[in-house]
Design a protein around this ligand. Structure first.
Ligand code: FE2
Ligand code: FE2
Length: 152
């Protein structure tokens, strides 16, 4: 069973959003001051590339479940670089990158949640559901970083 035109264009749109995430995290790896945050953004970037590829595979073959690699937010324990008392420019900049990233994750997570209702294939629904969980995990990991660094 292949995707109809509407389904194809929904996948295409999700890919555009993933591309934006990849571009954003590529920039944020450069822009972040704290090495711990750079590492986090780099990990998330890798995961967004995996999402993009999974969607690409669905466009070609909607009957085989792509391999979605999950990050375990529960196991993420970021080390603290900033204290809750510090008011440095670096901390302020890094906090902004985090807040902006969480907003992006929230938005893309909503897109997956809404779009998956439009697909007839269980394989596609299941894959989109798995990716949506990933996006929530991304948001949780960034939130954990903020909490550990007195930003939340
Ligand atoms: Fe993603
Ligand atoms: Fe994400």
């Amino acid at each position: 069973m292949s995707l109809n035109q509407k389904e194809q264009s929904l996948i295409q749109d999700l890919q555009e959003q993933e591309k934006l995430c990849i571009q954003k995290y590529t920039r944020y790896v450069e822009q972040a001051h704290d090495q711990e945050l750079k590492n986090l953004f780099d990990t998330l970037r890798e995961n967004e590339i995996n999402h993009y590829k999974a969607l690409e595979q669905l466009k070609k073959d909607s009957t085989t479940q792509p391999d979605v690699k999950h990050l375990d937010a529960a196991k993420y324990c970021p080390k603290s670089t900033y204290t809750s008392e510090s008011n440095s420019r670096e901390k302020e900049d890094d906090a902004y990158l985090c807040t902006d990233s969480i907003a992006t994750e929230k938005m893309i997570s909503t897109s997956y949640n809404e779009d998956l209702f439009q697909f007839s294939s269980t394989v596609v629904r299941d894959t989109l559901n798995q990716i949506q969980t990933d996006e929530q995990n991304h948001g949780e990991m960034i939130y954990k970083y903020k909490t550990a660094n007195g930003m939340a």
